[in-house]
Design a protein around this ligand. Structure first.
Ligand SMILES: Cc1cc2nc3c(=O)[nH]c(=O)nc-3n(C[C@H](O)[C@H](O)[C@H](O)COP(=O)(O)OP(=O)(O)OC[C@H]3O[C@@H](n4cnc5c(N)ncnc54)[C@H](O)[C@@H]3O)c2cc1C
Length: 468
């Protein structure tokens, strides 16, 4: 592990700065979420769906429906059109439009993306089946013969067929049982095929779709919607991270041991003082070292920025996190973010309870630093061994400053119980508090269930899961 003499002073900087001996430059606070933006966009998306349905139904005449294969072709066209529109929404959801991400968080967006994804894929699959059946009925030919005719003699159908095959492949791989067997990086690359599939399918919709043939306005609107979607992905997922990374100019300054298998990486950059970030947020980090440059992983900031320094803290669980512990000072760093709605902006009540499972302490540590003094936080830390409670002195200082309390639950799961009864004893007024939970997925699910059982309102439960 490399060490140099960097002074990263973890004592309170923003909300806890009162009483500090000397003024320290701080980064601006993170931007607050504006829920109305998401409500407005949801209405636009719903309006778009109505428009798409109307345009798909309106173009069919009675005689076309009564002709051989007419009903199947109508159903096929409509399912294709709606499927492509839902695919557009699915892509938009993961384009990480900052104003939307700030409200829903990356995990919220991914949840919606996952919830939506079976619909476009199934509808597009149904579209292919109904169109082949309908065209075969109309031409009085066999199914296989009709597939051959469609692919070989209709404009842009070969590309669309390749697109359909890619979509089917990506869809099958995304099934939980299959996905869980793949490395995340493999799954991610396969998932990218969906973008290629949609690009390949685009032209045949305009060339053959009844809603577009002879309807120039509809063609223009559809093309604009897809251009805007592709533009959002390119802008927010590629260009913005590159521009921000160049502006921040981050490099690794120090890798510091914090506990068993846990290191903090302290980065420095010339633009950190302009970084608007809330405690609890995370970046997708790309370390430009030989084995790491090709993958970005999410790690929370474990403290608010101390310009020119920024700190992340990583527990070794696999290849990437192990390699992070071996980073050398001087390694350049690219970041995408900050992301996440697990921030003080989510707070609904005056007082809070913060519950961390293991390395979930990282996000809770920076969130705690960002909470107002009146939040009187009760911090509950669940770890297997006493040494796993990293940042103990920092957490205790931050809690003391806010007149809160710290509880430790130490020991293996089979030996030391942590359930709703224990939680209620530690936080008797939990129903009057916001509950922030962070840690591995299973831990977060358990604690969220406990909070529900203890009567905490849904809107007051906020969580960040360290996994996918
Ligand atoms: C929002 C968020 C914030 C996080 N913050 C921290 C943090 O501050 N400190 C910390 O130590 N860990 C954090 N994690 C977890 C961290 O991202 C994973 O431990 C790390 O990516 C594991 O990669 P690996 O190659 O070492 O291990 P692998 O063996 O590849 O993965 C181990 C497990 O980590 C999860 N994981 C792997 N890659 C990713 C990815 N790209 N996105 C999401 N989950 C992944 C999966 O659940 C996987 O099963 C965070 C995760 C998320 C989603």
């Amino acid at each position: 592990m490399a060490t140099t003499s960097v002074t990263f002073d973890p004592s309170p900087s923003r909300a806890g700065a009162k009483g500090a001996k000397r003024a320290r430059p701080t980064a601006p606070p993170g931007k607050p979420p504006r829920p109305w933006v998401v409500h407005a966009l949801a209405w636009v998306a719903a309006g778009g769906l109505v428009l798409v349905l109307a345009s798909g139904i309106d173009v069919e005449t009675g005689s076309e429906l009564r002709a051989p294969g007419g009903v199947a072709i109508f159903v096929g066209s409509l399912t294709g059109l709606v499927g492509m529109y839902l695919a557009l929404l699915m892509v938009l959801l993961v384009s990480r439009i900052p104003a939307v991400e700030r409200v829903l968080g990356q995990d919220g967006l991914v949840r919606w993306h996952k919830w939506l994804s079976p619909w476009p894929l199934s509808l597009i699959g149904l579209h292919a089946v109904f169109i082949v059946v309908g065209y075969a009925e109309a031409a009085k030919s066999g199914i296989l013969q009709q597939i051959g005719t469609l692919v070989s003699s209709y404009p842009d159908m070969l590309a669309a067929t390749v697109g359909l095959a890619l979509m089917a492949f990506a869809g099958i791989v995304s099934i939980r049982a299959i996905r869980s067997r793949l490395r995340r990086e493999t799954w991610w690359v396969i998932h990218l095929y969906l973008y290629l599939a949609l690009a390949l399918s685009f032209a045949h919709v305009l060339a053959l779709g009844p809603s577009f043939v002879g309807h120039p306005l509809a063609r223009i609107l559809w093309s604009l919607a897809w251009l805007a979607t592709a533009g959002s992905v390119i802008c927010f997922r590629i260009l913005l991270p590159i521009v921000r990374s160049l502006r921040y100019g981050l490099t690794v300054r120090e890798v510091r041991a914090e506990g068993p298998g846990v290191v903090s990486v302290i980065c420095a950059g010339r633009g950190v003082e302009r970084m608007a970030i809330s405690g609890g947020q995370f970046f997708e980090w790309r370390f430009l070292a030989r084995d790491l440059w090709w993958q970005a992983h999410p790690y929370s900031v474990s403290a608010l920025p101390r310009p020119p320094y920024l700190r992340l803290t990583v527990k070794t669980v696999g290849d990437h996190s192990a390699a992070v512990a071996r980073l050398r000072p001087g390694t350049r760093v690219m970041v995408e973010g900050p992301y996440g709605a697990f921030t003080r902006h989510a707070q609904q009540r005056r007082r809070t309870v913060l519950i961390a499972g293991g390395i979930g302490l990282t996000a809770l540590r920076s969130l705690l630093e960002d909470l107002p003094q009146a939040s009187a936080p009760v911090v509950v830390v669940r770890v297997s061994k006493p040494d796993d409670f990293v940042f103990r002195s920092e957490v205790e200082a931050l809690v003391r400053h806010r007149n809160g309390t710290v509880h430790e639950v130490v020991g293996g799961r089979s030996k030391v119980r942590f359930d709703a009864k224990v939680l209620a004893t530690m936080v008797p007024d939990i129903r009057q508090r916001d509950v922030f939970v962070c840690g591995p997925i299973g831990f977060v699910e358990d604690v969220v269930a406990m909070a529900h059982r203890l009567g905490v309102h849904r809107s007051a439960i906020h969580y960040e899961e360290f996994g996918f």
